[in-house]
Design a protein around this ligand. Structure first.
Ligand code: SF4
Length: 667
C-alpha cells in the first residue's frame, strides 16, 4: 500500500494506493479517511488520450506543430533567453506544481537568469490573502488548522462554497455540526454550502466589507472587544475606532441587502459564541478590493482576540493543492524566496545562499501584468493563462505579441497551446514525486505511483535542463526531488526570524506522516511586524468594481462546481460527472429570468463590454436578483470578465463584471 496525497484542491487529502484503486487514508489527520470524487479518480487522469506525450515545436503560430527532440527544444529556449535581456523573460507557474518544481524555477529565474518575473496562477486566486497577511501579521501566515474546526463553536463562511470547492473540508464541517458547531454562510447564492447553515445571509455582491465593518462597529459600541488582546498584541485600534465614528451605517446595511433582523441574528450568534473561525476564499480574494476584504476579516479577529486560540481565527482557504507551497518557496514575483522580500538585506542573504550576483533589486511582473509588458520569452508551466486570465480577447492579442512561448503541460488541449511555439510534455500527478503544502500549512509527499511516460519529465527536470543549457551546470545538478527539498529546507532558515521552520522537516518521514510548519507561531502568539504586534488597518467599501448600467444590468459571479476542476483537462474522466452539474450553464434568478423572457433550459447569450458566450439557462431561486452565476469550467467565461485588478495584490475582480443576458434566437 503506497501513501500519497490528492493533487486537486487545497484541502490536500491523504490517499492510499493498492495498485488498482485509491481510497482515503484513515490515519491522515487532514481528511481522516474522507475523500471526494475527484480524489478517488486521480488515477484516471494519468492514462488518458488527452496527455501531451512528445515535445512539439513550430516556428510561428501560423505553422503546425511538429515533433521535436528534448535537446532541440531546450536549446531553442536557452538561445532565446541568451539573446534577450533578463527583464524580458517571464515564468508563469502554477499552484499545481510541486514545491521542488517551484524551487528550481525560482532559483533559475531570480538567481541565475536575473528576472524576478516569476509568478503563478495563484495570483488569480489568493494573492489578496498573501498581501493582507503581510500587511497585518508581518508575514504571510494562516493561523488556523483544519483540526480547529472540531473545537470551534461558530464558523462563518464568507465568499466560500466549500460544499463544491473543498468537499472534504465541508464534510468535516458537517461532522462538527453534529457536535454543536453553528455555521453562518454569507453568499449572494444559496449554494449547496448554504444548505448546512444555521443562518444564511444572502448578501449583495460586493458588500462584504460593509457587513464585517458593521459587525466590528457594533462590537466596539457594545464593549464586546478584547481590550487586553488589543493592548498587548495590536497596533492601530484607536485609529480604527475613530474612523468607525464616521461610518454611514444605514447606507452600509442597505448596500448589504440584509434586513436589520438578519444582521441582528448574525450579531447575536457572534457574541454568544466564544470560539469563532471565519473562513473565506475566492468570494473575497477575487476582487478589486480583495486585500481590503481580507483585512476586514483579520480586523474582526484581532479586535475580539479570536486568534491564536484553539478553534479560533481567520482562515483563508487556498484553492489549489500547492498554492501554499509556492508562496513559501517564493514563487510570486513580489517575494524573493522563503518569505523574504527584495530589500537589500534579503537579497544579500539569498545571493550568498545561491552563490550568485544576478538577483535584480526590485519585484518582477505579476501573472496579471506580465502579458502587458514587453516579454520576449514566456515559460508557462502547468497552467493555462489564456483560459483563466480575465478579458480574454485582450489576452489573445497579448499572447500573439510574445516572440517565444514555451508551454510545459501534461495535457494537450489547453487554450494557451494555440499561441505556444514549443510544447514540452510534463509528468502529471502519479508519475512524479515531491512535496506540497495544503491550505493549513501541512506539508505532505506526493508519491510516484507509476512509471513516468517515456518522453515526459517532471517540471523541475525541465527547468534544470534549461539551466544547464544556459551554462549553470554546477548550480543545477539535482538528481532527485529529495536533493532539491534538502537545499530548499536549508534555505528556509533564512526566513524572517526563521519562522518558516521547514528546516525541521524530514523528506523521508513525510511518506509516513505530514509536517506542519508554524505551529509555534500560534503557540507563542507571534507577529512579525516591526514592534511584533499585528496591524489593525481601517478599510471601507470604496465601490470600485465595474458598475451595472441599462446596457449591462447584471453582475456575473464565477466559481467552481463539485467534481469538476478548472478547464477539465483532468476531471473529464471523473466518475459521477454525469449525475451532477454540466460544465457550462448560467444560473439566473427566476424573477430576472421572467423579466428577460428566459425559461429553464433556454439557450442564452451572455455579454459584457468585452465579449460574449452562449450557454443554457438554469432558472433558480437560489441566487440573488441582479446576479448570475457561470462556472469556471466554461472555457469561454473570461470573454466576459473584467480585468480591473486589486491595486495591491493585482488579483482580478472576477466576481464583479457587468453583463447582460438575452435569449438566443434560432438563426
Ligand atoms: Fe482531493 Fe480536495 Fe477532494 Fe480532498 S477534497 S479528495 S484534496 S479534491
Amino acid at each position: 500500500m503506497i501513501k500519497s496525497v490528492c493533487g486537486y484542491c487545497g484541502v490536500g487529502c491523504g490517499l492510499e494506493f493498492d495498485e488498482k484503486s485509491l481510497i482515503g487514508e484513515v490515519s491522515y489527520p487532514v481528511n481522516e479517511g474522507l475523500v471526494c470524487a475527484k480524489g478517488v479518480s486521480e488515477l484516471k487522469s494519468i492514462d488518458t488520450s488527452t496527455r501531451l506525450l512528445r515535445p512539439l515545436m513550430r516556428q510561428s503560430i501560423e505553422n503546425s506543430f511538429k515533433e521535436s527532440s528534448w535537446e532541440e527544444s531546450i536549446k531553442r529556449v536557452a538561445d532565446a533567453i541568451k539573446n534577450t535581456s533578463a527583464s524580458k523573460v517571464g515564468f508563469y507557474l502554477s499552484g499545481q506544481l510541486l514545491t521542488e518544481d517551484y524551487y528550481v524555477a525560482n532559483k533559475l529565474a531570480k538567481g541565475f537568469i536575473g528576472t524576478n518575473s516569476v509568478d503563478t496562477n495563484s495570483r488569480t486566486c489568493m494573492a489578496s490573502a498573501v498581501v493582507a497577511h503581510k500587511k497585518v501579521f508581518g508575514v504571510d501566515f494562516v493561523p488556523v488548522k483544519i483540526s480547529d474546526i472540531k473545537e470551534c463553536e461558530l464558523l462563518i463562511l464568507i465568499g466560500a462554497n466549500t460544499a463544491e470547492a473543498h468537499v472534504v473540508l465541508n464534510n468535516k464541517i458537517k461532522k462538527a455540526k453534529k457536535n454543536g458547531l453553528k455555521v453562518v454562510v454569507i453568499d449572494p447564492r444559496f449554494t449547496p454550502t448554504a444548505k448546512l447553515a444555521d443562518l444564511y445571509l444572502p448578501i449583495h455582491v460586493g458588500a462584504d466589507i460593509d457587513l464585517i465593518n458593521l459587525l466590528i462597529n457594533r462590537l466596539i459600541n457594545e464593549d464586546r472587544v478584547d481590550l487586553e488582546f488589543i493592548e498587548n498584541y495590536t497596533n492601530g485600534y484607536e485609529i480604527l475606532k475613530n474612523k468607525f465614528k464616521r461610518l454611514a451605517l444605514k447606507k452600509m446595511l442597505k448596500r448589504t441587502g440584509l434586513s436589520t433582523e438578519q444582521f441582528e441574528q448574525f450579531y447575536q450568534l457572534f457574541i454568544e459564541n466564544d470560539r469563532v473561525i471565519t473562513a473565506w476564499t475566492m468570494g473575497l480574494n477575487q476582487s478589486v478590493q480583495g486585500v481590503d476584504k481580507n483585512i476586514a476579516v483579520l480586523n474582526l479577529h484581532l479586535v475580539t482576540g479570536k486568534i491564536y486560540r484553539a478553534g479560533c481565527g481567520p482562515f483563508s482557504l487556498t484553492g489549489q493543492p500547492n498554492a501554499m507551497g509556492g508562496r513559501e518557496v517564493g514563487g510570486l514575483s513580489t517575494t524573493l524566496a522563503v518569505h523574504l522580500d527584495f530589500d537589500k538585506e534579503s537579497i544579500k542573504k539569498v545571493s550568498s545562499f545561491w552563490n550568485t550576483d544576478k538577483i535584480a533589486p526590485t519585484a518582477g511582473h505579476t501573472a496579471t501584468q506580465m502579458l502587458k509588458e514587453d516579454i520576449d520569452v514566456l515559460i508557462i508551466s502547468h497552467t493555462d493563462p489564456l483560459y483563466h486570465l480575465p478579458n480574454r480577447h485582450l489576452v489573445e492579442k497579448q499572447l500573439q505579441r510574445v516572440p517565444l512561448i514555451i508551454e510545459i503541460n501534461a495535457y494537450k488541449d489547453s487554450e494557451t497551446s494555440k499561441y505556444a511555439h514549443i510544447r514540452l510534455p510534463a509528468a502529471p500527478w502519479g508519475e512524479k514525486e515531491g512535496t506540497q503544502t495544503n491550505l493549513d500549512r501541512t506539508i505532505t509527499k506526493q508519491e510516484k505511483l507509476t512509471r513516468t511516460s517515456i518522453d515526459c519529465k517532471a517540471d523541475w527536470k525541465i527547468f534544470q535542463l534549461i539551466a544547464q543549457e544556459l551554462g549553470f551546470k554546477e548550480e543545477f545538478n539535482f538528481s532527485s526531488p529529495k536533493e532539491i527539498f534538502s537545499e530548499y529546507k536549508e534555505m528556509t532558515r533564512l526566513s524572517p526570524d526563521g519562522h518558516l521552520n521547514i528546516y525541521d522537516c524530514d523528506y523521508d518521514e513525510l511518506s509516513k506522516r505530514p509536517f506542519s510548519w508554524g505551529d509555534k507561531i500560534v503557540e507563542d502568539k507571534k507577529f512579525f511586524t516591526k514592534n511584533a504586534k499585528a496591524n489593525i488597518v481601517f478599510v471601507e467599501n470604496k465601490l470600485k468594481s465595474e458598475k451595472t448600467s441599462l446596457a449591462y444590468p447584471l453582475i456575473l459571479l464565477t466559481g467552481r462546481t463539485r467534481d469538476r476542476w478548472h478547464s477539465e483537462t483532468k476531471t473529464i474522466f471523473v466518475d459521477l460527472l454525469q449525475t451532477y452539474k454540466p460544465s457550462s450553464f448560467v444560473e439566473i434568478n427566476s424573477l430576472d429570468a421572467k423579466k428577460y423572457g428566459i425559461y429553464n433550459g433556454d439557450s442564452v447569450v451572455i455579454s459584457s463590454k468585452r465579449g460574449s458566450l452562449t450557454t443554457k439557462a438554469i432558472v433558480s431561486d437560489e441566487i440573488n436578483r441582479g446576479a448570475i452565476f457561470i462556472p469556471i469550467t466554461d472555457r469561454n467565461i473570461n470573454y466576459l470578465t473584467s480585468d480591473i485588478l486589486d491595486p495591491l495584490s493585482h488579483e482580478p475582480d472576477y466576481n464583479h463584471s457587468a453583463v447582460k443576458i438575452e435569449k438566443k434566437h434560432s438563426e
